[in-house]
Design a protein around this ligand. Structure first.
Ligand code: ZN
Length: 382
């Protein structure tokens, strides 16, 4: 056991003002809409709102070409014209994924800080707050877990609004960030925090340098539901780089004062995926290894053999758990879901279940109420 002696103090947050300008060879993200509530993949074909946007872009391009005959025309003139229009103002129709929102499961949860325009915050267990982002298709959920002396923020969300400010309203104790993994929708606010612990993997180190492409794809009109926060600048939106203040490993524990969290390495979705176990309170925070919506297992960094081993490890804990808390769509699930998840992914890998197209290069495999978004089998070339 690697006891985490958390000696971090409540020092002033070292905000880093620099903008990042990095490229990332990542694939465009698609919504994680819950199948039961109707799932749509926007990557497959343009929706009416997209046609409008495409038409609008084409019109600007046409006008730009006309004006270009008389003056020095460059691609910049089009992009600067586009930047006059905030992304949200292009949105005239609700995307499919946001029509079933708010999800009914939230009705029974205790909402706090109801005035925040971007985050919805719910108290889901004593000292545990789910910080939900329902206005973006990922519907990412970060968790603030508060002890007597300090708190852990498990993920920092999209980086679209100020999650640091939210945490200061929920606790005055010093906060350390741990990430369920370092996909951009879970690390967007990392740069705002002095104490960010990271798994000791090359994947984590690479992502800590920041990226821009995935972030930009996530504010396309079909990815948004409602207004972006005031002051948000779509033009400069990127996942900002962050400093890893301490590297952690499987078995690392964090003592928050009256509450202990154990880090369980759960590689599969990514090499640096972890779950957090609050054993005394029967809480398991599963990140993207499990959440109640289609589970994304198609990206090149995903390792399906490792994923199966990880879900087996989590399922073995089910008898001692009260609540499973995943990182998208809905924050609460029954622990009995974990052994069923093991059976479902194994059955899917052995060819059982139904298969539908899931957007470019992907297939959605469904079985026993679970959906897995996997890379589509490559067609044999003659
Ligand atoms: Zn992820």
């Amino acid at each position: 056991m690697n006891e985490g002696k958390l000696s971090f103090r409540p020092v002033a947050q070292a905000f880093r003002p620099e903008e990042s300008a990095f490229s990332c060879a990542c694939t465009k993200q698609i919504p994680r809409a819950n199948t039961a509530l109707g799932m749509t993949f926007f990557a497959s074909f343009p929706k009416p709102v997209q046609f409008q946007v495409i038409f609008f872009h084409a019109l600007l391009l046409f006008l730009g070409v006309l004006s270009g005959a008389a003056s020095a025309f460059s691609a910049n003139s089009v992009s600067s014209a586009l930047n006059l229009f905030p992304v949200s103002s292009l949105q005239t129709e609700k995307p499919e994924w946001c029509k079933p929102l708010p999800r009914p499961e939230y009705k029974s949860l205790q909402r706090v800080l109801p005035d925040d325009p971007w985050f919805e915050v719910y108290k889901v267990a004593p000292g545990v707050f789910a910080i939900y982002e329902p206005h973006q298709a990922e519907e990412t959920i970060s968790y603030l877990i508060v002890g007597n002396k300090q708190a852990v923020l498990f993920d920092t969300g999209m980086g679209i609004s100020d999650i640091h400010k939210v945490t200061t309203k929920l606790t005055s104790r010093p906060v350390v960030v741990l990430n369920s993994h370092t996909h951009d929708d879970h690390v967007g606010g990392n740069w705002q925090f002095t104490f960010v612990y990271g798994m000791d993997t090359d994947f984590t180190r690479k992502n800590a340098k920041g990226s821009r492409e995935d972030a930009q794809a996530e504010i396309a009109p079909d990815q948004l539901c409602g207004e972006l926060p005031k002051g948000f600048n779509p033009k400069t939106y990127a996942t900002k780089p962050w400093r890893i203040s301490h590297f952690i490993h499987d078995g690392f524990t964090v003592n928050l004062g009256g509450r202990k969290l154990e880090v369980l390495s759960t590689p599969g979705h990514t090499p640096d995926s972890i779950a957090l176990l609050d054993r005394a309170n029967g809480l398991l925070f599963t990140g993207d290894t499990y959440y109640p919506a289609p589970i994304w297992l198609f990206r090149p960094e995903t390792d399906l053999d490792a994923y199966v081993n990880s879900v087996k490890r989590l399922a073995a804990l089910a008898p001692e758990l009260k609540l499973v808390l995943g990182a998208h769509n809905i924050p609460v699930a029954e622990p009995s879901v974990l052994p069923r998840l093991v059976n479902a992914i194994q059955a899917v890998r052995s060819g059982q279940g139904t298969v539908k197209a899931g957007g470019e290069g992907k297939a959605i495999h469904s079985l026993d109420g679970f959906d897995f978004l996997l890379a589509a089998a490559k067609k044999e070339k003659n």
